[in-house]
Structures are given as structure tokens and as C-alpha cells.
Write a protein that binds this ligand. Structure first.
Ligand SMILES: [Zn+2]
Length: 145
């Protein structure tokens, strides 16, 4: 990365600090000028300086502190992930259990389908007809099992 970026952010931070001083000065002028109708300019100047100062402080501050804000948000995201790690792991393992149960159910259903229920019936090795589990010859094609 070039060295330009950090300098820009540093300048913006300094500007933010400067505009914060402007805003504080403006607020002081507002307080001093409040109710003092002979020196109305203080109140008006204070109002302009404080509102402009606050606006520019926020603008320069947000852009100037962008790298820190970005870093902080990454840190917060990591913290949130770490804090919820156990729950997330639990959800993942529960999902895995549900899936393996489903696979097991499908697999056993398929096996039962091929073997017939509890060995009472089976399929002929030659023609595939459903025959008694203990029969030696197929009743359809007559071939030996
Ligand atoms: Zn057969």
C-alpha cells in the first residue's frame, strides 16, 4: 500500500479536531451572546460556528477515522462469531445428525425394499420376482436361488 492514504486520514483527523474547536468556540459564543441583544452578532456567529463546526467535525471525523472504524467493525464481527461459536457448532452438528439420520432411514428403507421385510420374502436372482424367503426355486422362472 502507498503511504498517501494514512496521511490523508491523519489530515482529516487534524481537521476534525480543528472543527471540534470551532464548534466549541461557537457554543461558547452562543452561551455568552444568549439574551445579550446589544451584541446580537455573538449569538449569530456562535450559531453559525457551532452548527458548521459540528457538521464538519462529524464529516472529517468519520472519514478520518474510517480505518479505525473498519478495523473495529471487523473486530466486533469476530467477537460476535467467537461468542456464538458454541451455538453455531451445535446447530451445525444437529443439522449433520438430522441428515445422517435421514440417510440412514433412506438406506434402511432401500435395503428392506431389496431384501423384503425381515427375510420373509426375497427377489429372484434371475428374474427379480418377489418370492418366499426360504424358497430354493423361483415360482416364476423356476431357476435355483
Ligand atoms: Zn425367477
Amino acid at each position: 500500500m502507498s503511504k498517501k492514504k494514512p496521511v490523508v486520514f491523519l489530515i482529516l483527523k487534524i481537521l476534525a479536531a480543528f472543527f471540534l474547536c470551532v464548534a466549541i468556540t461557537g457554543i461558547v459564543f452562543v452561551i455568552v451572546g444568549f439574551g445579550d441583544f446589544e451584541n446580537e452578532w455573538k449569538f449569530i456567529l456562535g450559531g453559525v460556528l457551532s452548527s458548521l463546526g459540528v457538521f464538519l467535525t462529524f464529516t472529517c471525523g468519520i472519514i478520518g477515522f474510517y480505518p479505525e472504524i473498519a478495523k473495529l467493525s471487523v473486530k466486533m464481527t469476530k467477537h460476535i462469531q467467537a461468542a456464538n461459536k458454541e451455538d453455531m457448532t451445535e446447530i451445525a452438528s444437529t443439522n449433520a445428525e438430522i441428515q445422517s439420520d435421514a440417510i440412514r432411514t433412506v438406506a434402511s428403507a432401500a435395503r428392506e425394499g431389496f431384501e423384503g421385510t425381515d427375510g420373509a420374502t426375497k427377489f429372484c436372482k434371475h428374474c427379480g420376482a418377489l418370492i418366499d424367503g426360504d424358497s430354493r426355486f423361483c415360482k416364476e422362472c423356476g431357476k435355483e436361488q
